[in-house]
Design a protein around this ligand. Structure first.
Ligand code: PSU
Ligand code: MN
Length: 300
């Protein structure tokens, strides 16, 4: 059920650095052709940094660890790919369907393949008013039990970041800030909420290895703020988020549709600006995440 690309398999056997990448961002997060260009550029950045990229997806029921150009192109252009989180995995495999993997599903596949570092844009969390709706992303419970380090630019403030951090604390997930004391909120470097520990790459790699050496299962969240020159205006984004949330409420959007709906609305309301920022922060995460993977591989 799991097919690991030759290049990735070889790197893993030789103990070299491998970086897992998700595909929801390709199939559902960005429009064509920017999604394909970004997916390819991210893989190139990972290679330049001395690691091997492994983009994850499910194609015709097969869990694919590492995709070729044709498969990337398919994901970037198809409208058929399902959004696959932990809950959806058995369905997509048993029905031999195709899907793009969320943070939770990508972590599961990375763990199955033996990959320790995974780079993405943003993670899911507790939605605003989540204390009433119980809408809490499966990404958070995955972080509590699956031992993979997730590198991201924080969470979008479509979420309740304070409650998201509370759940991560309850689940025992260390939240690290890359050279920052503050949890970043994707398009902006700040959120008003502190991270648990301010760390550089070396410190993060050592903490991650130590967590697993202690036999503590579960992930570590390494948050990397968007580079200053690409940061968006916080007020403008908050306004766009408010509007998107109101629309979602009016249309009674629920379940797995909530996040993609809000992301789409945000994109629409901010024109191209949010897309450009999104691309740049993923590149930046790929640079830092690859360094982390190289450092971790050298510690093993
Ligand atoms: N947040 C983003 N961009 C994304 C996602 C979240 O800023 O692309 C995607 C990720 O794949 C994440 C998923 O794992 O949405 C979370 O969805 P949900 O809230 O339904 O768990
Ligand atoms: Mn949800």
């Amino acid at each position: 059920m799991l097919v690991i690309k030759e290049e990735v398999k070889k790197a893993l056997e030789e103990g070299r650095a491998v970086v897992a990448l998700e595909s929801t961002i390709i199939a559902h997060g960005m429009p064509y052709p920017e999604n394909l260009e970004t997916a390819k550029a991210v893989e190139a950045i990972v290679r330049e940094a001395g690691a091997v990229p492994a983009t994850m997806a499910i194609l015709d029921g097969v869990l694919k660890v590492g995709l070729d150009d044709e498969e990337l192109e398919y994901l970037a252009t198809t409208k058929e790919a399902l959004k696959v989180s932990r809950r959806d995995l058995p369905y997509v495999v048993s029905e031999k369907k195709s899907g793009a993997t969320t943070v939770a599903a990508t972590m599961i596949m990375a763990k199955m393949a033996g990959i320790k570092v995974f780079v993405t844009g943003g993670v899911g969390g507790v939605h605003r008013e989540g204390e009433k709706s119980m809408d809490v992303s499966a990404d958070l419970t995955e972080l509590s039990k699956t031992s993979v380090a997730v590198v991201c630019a924080g969470s979008k403030s479509i979420l309740d970041i304070g409650r998201t951090l509370e759940v991560l604390e309850t689940q025992g997930v260390p939240v690290l800030g890359y050279k920052t004391d503050e949890f970043p909120s994707f398009y902006t470097r700040r959120s008003g909420h502190p991270v648990d520990f301010n760390m550089d790459v070396k410190g993060a790699a050592s903490l991650i290895k130590t967590k697993w050496d202690l036999g503590l299962e579960g992930g570590v969240l390494f948050t990397v703020p968007i580079p200053e020159e690409h940061e968006l205006d916080a007020e403008e984004i908050e306004e766009a988020i408010q509007r998107a949330l109101e629309e979602a409420k009016k249309l009674k959007i629920s379940g797995k549709k909530v996040t993609p709906y809000l992301l789409d609305e945000l994109k629409r309301v901010t024109d191209g600006k949010s897309l450009k920022a999104n691309i740049e922060l993923v590149y930046n995460n790929a640079r830092v995440g690859s360094q982390l993977a190289v450092e971790l591989a050298s510690l093993e």
